[in-house]
Write a protein that binds this ligand. Structure first.
Ligand code: ATP
Ligand code: MG
Length: 376
């Protein structure tokens, strides 16, 4: 659907992404032609596997399994009749589309001539509104394709064309969905997770790794930065008698650490799963004070989403089950019953004055582990 000078760049990116997910043995050749990508399949290619794979590729609006017909109308009509012998239908229509205006017949003429032939050969009825079988005929250059179904793709933009971002990933429901939405807009997403090991179990880190694996179905592979956060939490707790401010302080440190890594590794933005008002830490005031810890843009794609819709999305994406597992979140450590919902920057800055902010950050980054994670 793209026009203009960027189009070849997007098409190449999409082609490369398709090649990554589709088993190499399934495809004999694959080409870009007039706004389509056409792959010639090998005999042994498995449609179900291909369908599952293609439904994870951003940038595909729809796709079809097609027959390649001769471009000469008499021959293609004969071939179409042969193929239709294998189909069970009582009503049908032909829906022709011509990308090549040099073809001797117009789309309407193809509809009429092929339609008449099918009526004559099979004695079936035309139904333009509700046919049992819709025969799509697409004329693209010298090639003519016949198919019966358009399968829906994910839409969006090919992963990689928009650059790369760093997503703050917990093992909850929200941040995996937020990350996925950035992939949908063409970003490569890498992940950063803060953990309180050994205060919390290794298991929560394993859950995060599993979530990353699922998300990588949509982008192949990614990096996961695992940052030890316990020491920072202990320091914050020691220096803030007013426990209600702690979550905000935790979040500001997470942002600063993420930004440090983003500067070093050239990520264009940070991503979180915040949704306005969903929990106490996600009020307008708190989000404002948290954002002021850094200068990099922070993308919060779920800010206006309802929880039920986020849960539905997590089910679709495949992260729901892992996020449902009970886990001990680092952020629940040392927290009060009544956290601040109206953070004030001066109160926060006064506490941070008592902390060795830069040293805490560089210590955490020094002890950070980096994993490269592929898809399942
Ligand atoms: P989620 O479902 O993503 O855990 P949440 O509703 O539990 O979100 P919070 O716990 O307030 O909300 O976290 C808000 C956002 O902060 C998360 O969506 C995530 O982007 C980030 N975040 C929270 N905890 C961590 C963590 N341990 N490591 C990395 N990022 C985190
Ligand atoms: Mg959470």
């Amino acid at each position: 659907s793209l026009k203009g000078r960027n189009r070849p760049f997007f098409e190449r990116a999409l082609l490369e992404n398709i090649k990554i997910v589709v088993p190499a043995a399934a495809i004999a050749r694959i080409d870009i032609l007039f706004g389509r990508i056409a792959a010639r399949l090998e005999e042994e290619a498995n449609e179900d596997v291909l369908r599952d794979n293609l439904q994870c590729v951003f940038g595909i609006a729809n796709f079809s399994f097609t027959f390649l017909l001769d471009s000469d109308f008499t021959k293609l009509a004969e071939q179409a009749v042969e193929i239709l012998k294998t189909k069970d239908f009582s009503t049908f229509r032909v829906t022709a589309k011509r990308s090549d205006k040099a073809y001797p017949l117009t789309s309407q003429e193809v509809n009429e001539k092929l339609g008449a032939l099918i009526v004559e050969k099979f004695g079936k009825k035309v139904s333009l509104e509700r046919p049992d079988l819709n025969c799509f005929v697409e004329i693209v250059g010298a090639r003519v394709f016949l198919y019966f179904k358009k399968e829906k793709g994910l839409g969006g933009l090919p992963v990689g064309v928009s650059g790369k971002v760093l997503s703050l990933l917990s093992s909850g429901f929200d941040s995996p969905v937020a990350s996925w939405q950035l992939m949908r807009r063409g970003c490569n997403v890498d992940f950063i997770h803060f953990h309180s090991y050994p205060q919390t179990s290794r298991e929560s880190q394993e859950n995060v790794k599993e979530i990353v694996k699922v998300l990588n179905r949509y982008q192949n592979h990614s990096k996961l930065y695992l940052v030890p956060f316990l020491n920072i939490q202990k320091e914050i707790s020691a220096k803030s008698e007013d426990a209600s401010q702690r979550v905000i302080l935790y979040r500001r440190f997470m942002m600063r650490i993420a930004q440090k890594i983003a500067e070093r590794e050239r990520y264009g933005a940070l991503v979180t799963g915040d949704s306005l008002g969903q929990v106490a830490s996600q009020t307008l005031e708190n989000i404002g004070v948290i954002s002021q810890a850094v200068t990099l843009p922070i993308f919060r794609p779920l800010i206006g989403e309802n929880k039920e819709d986020i849960i539905d999305a997590a089910k679709q994406i495949g992260t729901y089950e892992i996020s449902s597992r009970p886990y001990d979140d680092c952020c629940s450590l040392f927290l009060p019953e009544h956290p601040e919902t109206r953070a004030k920057l001066d109160v926060i800055l006064a506490i941070e004055k008592k902390l060795e902010v830069e040293k805490l950050i560089s210590d955490a980054i020094e002890k950070m582990e980096v994993a490269t994670i592929s898809h399942i």
